[in-house]
Design a protein around this ligand. Sequence first.
Ligand code: GAL
Length: 342
Amino acid sequence: MMNQQQKTRWVNCRTAIAFVFLCLALCVTGTVYAQSTSKSTAQFDVGAVWNDVDGNVINAHGGNIIYEKGTYYWFGEKRGRRHSEGVNVYESRDLYHWKLKALALAQSTDTTSEIAEGCIMERPKVVYNKKTGKYVMWFHLELRGKGYASARAAVAISDHITGPYRYLHSFRPNGNMSRDMTLFVDRDGKAYEIYSSRENYDLRIAELTPDFLNVTKKDSMLFSNHREAPAIFWYKGKYYLITSGCTGWAPNAASLRVADHIYGPWKLLSNPMLGSGSEKTFGGQPTFILPLGKNKFIYVGDKWNPKDLTDSRYHFLPIELDADGDGIKISWRDSWRLSDLK
Ligand code: GAL
């Protein structure tokens, strides 16, 4: 039997233990909550780790974003530390909060497939074909075990925006090597592949067939200046094209070109990046330009981490359109909101 003093000590001891447990529980839930809501502040913390709404790091590199019925869909390379693992798709209604919807295109366990596990799938771009009602995905494909020697464009198709996408085929467009690439659907509904060719020395353009599943013979050189990572948009009667130099995962200076016609001539303007870090694109590389309506655009880039590609970060930055006479400009922001887009 405990005496009164012992009882009091026991009660105090139990209270202290309960208090310690309560503190631990608060710390743990606090950490989890902070992780899963690190992007819940409705702003872009550029280059920080971005979690999806389930608290996992967003894994969608080198991709594009398309908009349909109030929802944005973000397609991008799913990366393991060193390997390519297919194409992820996320959805969001506000561009800040993203939910992983699916592995839109998986690699195949069939070792004879062109997209067998171990292949490299890069820079996926998805567009909608109004004529066929299908979603079409193009990406840069390197066949398994061949490094970057294959240099092929690959195509997959789906009835549903989030997939699953069915792999169709890969090829070198009109016999040309095709590495870094993007797709662009023009106002008249014609679509184009813009791609780095001839060991990345040439940047080429090929018009796609009406179903967007292949290239036509309308394939020509835009310029030969050893450029890659093309990102294009149209604004007030002109096409703008941002590209990077060719230094692999390492950042370099971007350049901006402008043209009245998509086939060119493309006039070289200056580096569109402004301020500290601009000579190395703030440590990143262009991947895509997201139009918001007619007059607002977001530059999307990747800050690669080749030692652990899953830790590559995202550069979403506002495009400044009022730059006098020298095209558009992009300045670094640690954080910004859509309301900052002018
Ligand atoms: C970059 C390219 C990336 C990836 C990388 C591999 O130049 O833009 O998409 O291919 O090289 O080194």
